[in-house]
Design a protein around this ligand. Structure first.
Ligand SMILES: [Zn+2]
Length: 331
């Protein structure tokens, strides 16, 4: 039995037909975790869809209305890059409910993992890049509203920048101390501007991503690490370590939301970095280790993953659970 919960529903499946996003990955991850004995049936929790009220903690009423009534404009639907349907709306409400549940369990168990979510390209007033609703932001705002957390940090390791996260939380933003990073837009810490015991409601957003990739416009996160094409395991891990350490020197989060995209993988169809499956597992271990050393609860969502072989995407996501288990049990 795992020392934490996995949040999953068969209804996480996104009804988007033939698509580069392998919507069946969620079920396959669950099946693999059970088949390999990493998890037992009792480790899984079934989420409930979140409420409109929770969605409105992040999203604009006009956007929610369009989603509920099926009145997105053709342009808005094109930007979403997945075909609109009533069922798709339900799947995103469920993903947000799953992230809330995972975050609650992170607070009690140290870790909580949703086998889904991570829709970091959703903005308050529109969706894009396969993301209709920002489930992680909804979870953060709901837990803040409930008084369970004051602040949070997002650590986004999807190959694509977390533009929705940056737009929703818009700061605290810092510049100054150089990170071992390249490219324009790289932001880092300013040790003179520490945010220890940061103001209630604050969310510190870290994003490590490929610079030459979607989204073209990258609104500033608290720390953006714009990676050049083809970055390999060792460099990636050094950048990640530096970014997270830098963030935690400035900000003490009550919850760390880890967006564990599988798409920095070298065989990803939508990514241009060169991480191996083993390197991605080390990435996960690094995040869990740093958080555990500081007693920061970690909520995990899975975000993107478009490997040529869906099996590889499934392996990378399963390894995140294995890494969490290893770190939680002190190995
Ligand atoms: Zn991605």
């Amino acid at each position: 039995m795992l020392p934490f919960k996995l949040v999953y529903s068969d209804a996480y499946y996104l009804p988007i037909g033939e698509h580069v996003f392998p919507a069946e990955k969620y079920r396959r991850i669950r099946d693999r975790l059970l088949a390999t004995g990493v998890a037992e049936a009792s480790d899984f929790l079934e989420p409930q869809p979140t409420t409109d009220q929770d969605i409105l903690l992040v999203h604009k009423p006009e956007y929610l209305h369009k989603l509920k009534t099926g009145t997105l404009s053709p342009r808005e639907e094109m930007e979403l890059e997945v075909p609109y349907s009533r069922e798709l709306v339900e799947a995103f409400w469920l993903a947000a409910g799953g992230s809330i549940l995972a975050a609650r369990h992170a607070l009690s168990d140290g870790v909580g993992i949703s086998i889904g979510g991570g829709f970091h390209h959703a903005f308050p007033d529109h969706g894009e890049g396969f993301c209709m609703i920002h489930d992680v932001a909804v979870a953060i705002r709901r837990l803040q509203r409930d008084g369970k957390i004051r602040n949070a940090m997002t650590v986004d390791c999807d190959v694509h920048q977390g533009n929705g996260t940056a737009a929703i939380f818009a700061g605290p933003r810092t510049t100054g101390e150089p990170l071992p990073s390249v490219g324009p837009g790289t932001r880092s810490s300013d040790l003179s501007g520490k945010m220890r015991g940061a103001q209630a409601g604050a969310v510190f957003a870290i994003s490590l991503h490929q610079h030459n990739n979607y989204p073209a416009w990258k609104p500033p996160s608290s720390i953006d690490v714009d990676l050049p094409d083809g970055v390999r395991d060792d460099d990636y891990l050094a950048w990640l370590d530096n970014a997270v350490s830098s963030g935690l020197r400035q900000f003490e989060p009550d919850l760390l939301c880890y967006i564990a995209g599988a798409d920095p993988y070298r065989e990803d169809q939508l990514g241009g970095l060169s991480l191996t499956i083993e390197g991605l597992k080390k990435r996960d271990e690094l995040v869990f280790r740093v958080a555990r050393a500081r007693n920061i609860p970690v909520m995990v969502t899975f975000a993107g993953g478009y490997a040529q072989k869906v099996e590889d995407t499934v392996t990378i996501h399963c390894n995140t659970v294995i890494a969490a288990k290893a770190v939680a049990s002190g190995r």
